[in-house]
Design a protein around this ligand. Structure first.
Ligand code: ADP
Length: 423
């Protein structure tokens, strides 16, 4: 019974509430309605959607979905999180459908930066689709949350120092850029009561140096002027994503050795100076990615507080990626669902391993074993290649109308072997 629980034992669970695009309801009203609805609910808490009860007319009219997040943080050894152990923290948001506004460089082709209002429709579901085993996502989220809290509470940076720069490095295709965007999206949802307006500016460092050096200087100036304007409003939260940051270091090195026009060094220096200036603004988070795993010689990267290595997916992550692919192909009817089970949810990795010793009499067990086998066959593949594999496998099917999932996985294992031999 709740009366026996001390308040500090309650576990804070984020509950994200996405409004319908058409909804004009006030966020506070929706939040209160969801809080009331959750008070009445006496079920355990797990990550995933909570259906809106049909008798909640106001919510049914305005809410697209309600999702419980991060419950594994409070669970130890697969325990369940019961409703009275939980204090839900409700975040209500509406996705922006504006799309990116691009800045095109003068060759008319390469875009040098993109800008989004967050949370954006394009990034919906991205966070959930990225699978990492090591608690990387939670670590990034907690780090950014602490940085924003220190700022919010005006902690004196001379006494306690911290910064708001994150560097993700690792081989290409491991989801670094996606993770930066997804993190920005997550934070824009979780912090929307403090920062009602949130923007993401994506700079492709490589494109800045590709051709138009003389243009680049102007572009950098224009870009940072724009960012500075956004940052001046203290209720804005601004994310600056600098992709392929190693190209800055490369451009500088080339310029020093005389093999590149000296314009490029000016551009790099301008960029670094601007970044340094930005760092002092409390409402900016700088996200950087690099495909180079060795040390990157560049001033601001040294000062990044979080440098996380993002590696190729482990067996666990590969299983989860392929599981989500299979699930999607079943949802869309490209593959048939299982005959002997009404619930189409495939077991997660931990459960799948338990099933290894189960008899093969159930189709679900067989499928799950095949899925593990597929994940094993994909060793060494990047997340990007893995997400394409089901498509390639489908194209390799001799009979497109035969949508039996087990046969499909056999073809996928063949495809994976072929892909790996071509790596
Ligand atoms: P990077 O910036 O490291 O080159 P991207 O962010 O461009 O990688 O990733 C490309 C795509 O690969 C992503 O959109 C995502 O679909 C997929 N992907 C990569 N790593 C993973 C992962 N660990 N889990 C799920 N999907 C992944």
């Amino acid at each position: 019974p709740p009366s026996l629980i001390l308040p500090q034992e309650k576990f804070l669970v984020p509950v994200e509430v996405c409004l319908k695009p058409s909804s004009t309801a006030r966020i506070d009203d929706v939040r209160s309605a969801v809080e009331r609805m959750l008070e009445k609910r006496s079920l355990s808490y797990n990550d995933g959607p909570i259906p809106v009860p049909p008798d909640e007319i106001f919510l049914a009219d305005n809410v697209q979905r309600i999702c419980v997040c991060d419950t594994d943080e409070g669970m130890h050894n697969d325990n369940v999180l019961l409703f009275w152990q939980v204090k839900p923290v409700v975040h209500v948001y509406q996705l922006s459908e504006e799309g990116p506004s691009e800045e095109i460089s003068s060759d008319g082709q390469t875009s040098t930066f993109n800008e989004w209002t967050l949370p954006a429709k394009e990034f919906d579901g991205m966070w959930e689709s990225l699978m990492y085993e090591s608690g990387l996502k939670q670590r990034l989220l907690r780090y950014a949350a602490s940085a924003l809290l220190f700022t919010e509470k005006c902690v004196d940076p001379f006494l306690v120092s911290w910064n708001r720069i994150i560097l993700l490095h690792g081989p290409p295709g491991t989801g670094k850029t996606s993770l930066c965007k997804a993190l920005a999206q997550k934070l824009s949802i979780r912090f929307n009561s403090r920062y009602p307006l949130c923007q993401l500016v994506e700079v492709n460092a490589h494109s800045l140096f590709s051709k138009w050096f003389s243009e680049s200087g102007k572009l950098v100036a224009k870009l940072f002027q724009k960012i500075q304007e956004m940052v001046e409003e203290e209720s804005n939260l601004v994310f600056v994503l600098i992709d392929e940051v190693e190209s800055l270091a490369a451009a500088r090195k080339a310029a020093l050795s005389g093999s590149e026009p000296s314009d490029s060094i000016r551009v790099v220096n301008a960029l670094l100076t601007q970044m340094d200036k930005l760092k002092s603004s409390p409402n900016v988070i700088i996200l950087t990615t690099s495909n180079i795993t060795a040390a990157i010689d560049i001033a601001f990267v040294d000062r990044a507080d979080i440098k996380a290595y993002v590696g190729p997916p482990t067996l666990h992550a590969r299983y989860e990626i392929l599981r989500s692919c299979l699930q999607e192909l079943m949802r869309t009817g490209i593959l048939s669902s299982l005959q002997d089970c009404t619930d189409v949810t495939l077991p997660n990795y931990a459960r799948a391993k338990e099933w290894l010793n189960a008899p093969d009499s159930h189709e679900a067990v067989l499928l799950c074993k095949k899925l593990l086998e597929s994940a094993e066959a994909c060793e060494g593949m990047s997340g990007r290649t893995l997400r394409k594999l089901p498509f390639l496998a489908h194209a390799n099917l001799t009979n497109h109308f035969d949508c039996d999932p087990i046969k499909f996985l056999c073809t996928m294992i063949e495809t994976a072997k072929r892909e790996r031999s071509e790596l």
